[in-house]
Design a protein around this ligand. Structure first.
Ligand SMILES: [Fe+2]
Length: 289
């Protein structure tokens, strides 16, 4: 994706986003290591995350050492997992894991959530408590698109906006189809949509194309947050601290703090995300829909 196109989208949306950009916010860059991770497969036995409790604890321990203080456990829902990982199963598994982490004195809080594959039934499934929002708060839904083929989710964004639910698109930089076009981003920006970029993408864990796109998406008007999408302690490790340092070096500490610390925490608290390009102003979440 060309930076010039992305800049155009940014300026255009900034022009249109009147009521969404009013709240004055101070970003605390003094304590940048208290990360929140809104996308992580740390529950065992539910998906392609750890197979055992010991594996879950090891991953949580690694997250805590990386500076994460709160993590949203997001087992896959829908797609190839169908309705298998029901919210009650995830809530119970989160309760049990928190108990074990406390017993082992690992300082990490785990909250329930889901990594929800896009499906035309998502609005109904959310109303029926069949899929989980981030931190189970009902405000943000983490949605994964198909990797191979682009689909336009504008109708779904419109419906969720009407329900007061904000959609966060998981790892847009990793999809095999080419970058989401200027025209599409422009239309999607009329609704409450954010990007979750994966920490490892910034250092090239998913290839050069995903690496370039991760940096490019940071320059759009779409509010971004980073998450680890970690699955284990070997091939899909948490990389939050390293990503924070890379973004701070290239884009500045305030932008890094917004995407790695402030926005993930705001999502968990059901507050509006900030634009990392306008860190002193509130972004989507306050937007009228
Ligand atoms: Fe995931």
């Amino acid at each position: 994706m060309k930076a010039t196109l992305l800049k155009h989208v940014f300026h255009r949306t900034e022009r249109h986003g009147t009521s969404a950009w009013q709240q004055k916010v101070t970003v605390d860059t003094q304590n940048p290591k208290k990360f929140a991770d809104i996308h992580c497969h740390c529950l065992f036995g539910l998906d392609d995350g750890p197979a055992t409790l010991a594996g879950s604890v090891a991953l949580c321990s690694m997250l805590a050492k990386d500076g994460v203080e709160v993590v949203v456990a997001t087992p896959h829902q829908m797609g190839r997992y169908g309705l298998r990982n029901e919210p009650e199963i995830i809530r119970r598994a989160v309760f049990d894991l928190n108990k074990e982490l406390q017993r082992q004195d690992i300082r990490l809080e785990v909250l329930p959530g889901g990594d929800v594959h896009v499906d035309e039934r998502l609005c109904e499934l959310l109303s029926e408590d069949k899929i989980l929002t981030v931190a189970d708060k009902g405000k943000y839904l983490l949605v994964e698109l198909p990797f191979e083929v682009f689909i336009d989710i504008e109708p779904m964004l419109r419906r969720f906006s009407g329900m007061g639910v904000n959609v966060i698109i998981s790892h847009p930089e990793r999809y095999v189809f080419s970058a989401i076009s200027e025209e599409v981003l422009d239309r999607w920006s009329n609704y409450s949509v954010g990007f979750q970029l994966t920490a490892g993408s910034f250092r090239g864990d998913f290839g050069k194309k995903a690496q370039d796109l991760a940096w490019d998406y940071l320059h759009t008007s779409v509010p971004c947050c980073l998450a680890t999408d970690s699955h284990d302690t070997r091939s899909r490790k948490p990389r939050m601290r390293q990503a924070y340092e890379m973004i701070a070096a290239k884009e500045g500490q305030q932008a890094a703090t917004v995407v790695c610390v402030e926005n993930p925490q705001r999502i968990i608290r059901s507050e509006s995300m900030l634009s990392h390009r306008n860190f002193d102003k509130a972004g989507f979440g306050n937007a009228k829909v």
